[in-house]
Design a protein around this ligand. Structure first.
Ligand SMILES: Cc1cc2nc3c(=O)[nH]c(=O)nc-3n(C[C@H](O)[C@H](O)[C@H](O)COP(=O)(O)OP(=O)(O)OC[C@H]3O[C@@H](n4cnc5c(N)ncnc54)[C@H](O)[C@@H]3O)c2cc1C
Length: 382
């Protein structure tokens, strides 16, 4: 749909209909606001389509420890998020609350086990050390080379493709106007405030504007200072195995395996800084396959059903960028890097709270403010 000769106005205009933009739109429409979302392609063809769908608030490294409370809060919202979406959209989203299991295959295994368990407990995350035998009892496909494992019983996974579709359907049913094939070029500014978006050359007026264009957010004129994201490519493989069945998400240092309800096992992922390139490479696939077969050797006989790559929105400090900017009316919701599927419900809730009450329930959300790059001058992503 195009507007000719008049300008439609909304309470909220959102750039990007990935899981983040669509979840925000859905939540705001449910709160009674008039919302429009503009996507330059079809909704949900970006990182939200490409992801593995693991819902784990555990930190991957020291830099992401400050994200743990946000991740825990979002994981806690998931059962209700999924139930609401499934009811409204009529779609199953493949939510599996079965825990995840980290396989320890080599090195100083006892020391690693102690460190992982202590770190998790210190962060309020449940983690149980398992012997190799106990782990194989839970997951018989695990390698005989396994030395020990850590079970994280509260973690889960979701079919992110189904989830992203369900959110778009639920958003539309809640009254969100979703415009596909409408690229956002710039934010509109008037009298020192943001007054909407320039979409495909046309002016869209809104009291609130949210930039949720994933790794492309920095390309929207006027948004780059607040959302200095860059793409981090991840390659993925979907396997189907006759002779190996996996119940939980399995991890090693090199790879993760995510079982889906339809019997597929999704394996990934590389992290590559190669611009906006989405090619699948022999080296990338080899890395994933080697890691997958190391954890579960029977996967050597599995069929490769699909390969793909996606682009994660990464920020300079690898933490999400969520909240209001120095420009009245403009909010950012991007930079979710490797955790955007996990963080969608809490991101939508925080943005909705801010837009409707100008306050939020998460005490630590200023840690993720878009202003941290503007104030520190650390807006360059290297
Ligand atoms: C291989 C891989 C594995 C991952 N695994 C996990 C995982 O297991 N768990 C997890 O929590 N996270 C995971 N992630 C991260 C997660 O996928 C992302 O953080 C999340 O999907 C980001 O969602 P988004 O809506 O911000 O971005 P996207 O899904 O990329 O959506 C952005 C949207 O904006 C649109 N857009 C871009 N520019 C414009 C413009 N100028 N105008 C209008 N529209 C525009 C795009 O077309 C797109 O639809 C993974 C990512 C990848 C790539």
């Amino acid at each position: 749909m195009r507007y000719h000769g008049f300008m439609e106005t909304f309470d909220v205009a959102i750039a990007g209909a990935g899981l983040i933009g669509a979840s925000i739109g859905f939540e705001l429409a449910q709160a009674g606001l008039r919302v429009a979302i503009f996507d330059r392609r079809q909704p949900g063809e970006g990182a939200s389509w490409a992801a593995a769908g693991i819902l784990s608030p555990a930190p991957e490294n020291a830099a992401t420890i400050s994200m743990v409370p946000l991740g825990r809060a979002s994981l806690a919202l998931y059962p209700e998020f999924v139930a609401t979406l499934q009811e409204i959209s009529g779609r199953d989203v493949g939510y599996r609350a079965k825990g995840t299991l980290q396989a320890l295959l080599s090195g100083e295994v006892q020391a690693k086990l102690n460190t992982i368990v202590a770190l998790h407990h210190g962060l309020g995350l449940r983690a149980e050390p398992l012997s190799a035998d106990d782990a194989r009892e839970l997951e018989p496909a695990l390698s005989s080379e396994l030395e020990a494992a850590v079970l994280r019983p509260d973690e889960a996974s979701v079919d992110n493709r189904a989830l992203t579709r369900a959110v778009a359907i639920a958003a539309a049913q809640a009254g969100v106007k979703l415009f596909a094939g409408r690229p956002v070029q710039a934010i509109r500014q008037d009298g020192g405030r943001c007054t909407g978006l320039i979409v495909d050359g046309e002016k869209i007026e809104a009291r609130w504007t949210v930039i949720a264009a994933g790794c492309y957010s920095a390309e929207i004129e006027g948004a780059a200072n607040y959302a200095p994201v860059r793409p981090a490519k991840g390659q993925m493989i979907a396997l189907r195995a006759e002779n190996a069945s996996i119940e939980r998400v399995l991890w090693s240092e090199h790879v993760y395996l995510v079982p889906r309800n339809d019997g597929r096992i999704v394996a990934g992922a590389t992290v590559e800084y190669v611009g906006f390139d989405k090619e699948v490479t022999a080296g990338g696939l080899q890395k994933i396959l080697d890691g997958a077969i190391e954890i579960a050797p029977a996967l050597a006989d599995s069929k490769i059903e699909e390969t793909w790559a996606g682009l994660r929105p990464d920020s300079p400090d690898h933490l999400p960028i969520i909240g209001p900017t120095g420009l009245d009316g403009l909010l950012i919701a991007t930079g979710h890097f490797r955790s955007g599927i996990l963080l969608a419900p809490i991101t939508a809730r925080l943005i909705r709270e801010w837009i409707t009450t100008q306050s939020v329930s998460a005490a630590d959300w200023t840690r993720f403010s878009p202003m941290r790059f503007v104030e520190t001058g650390k807006g360059t992503n290297s």
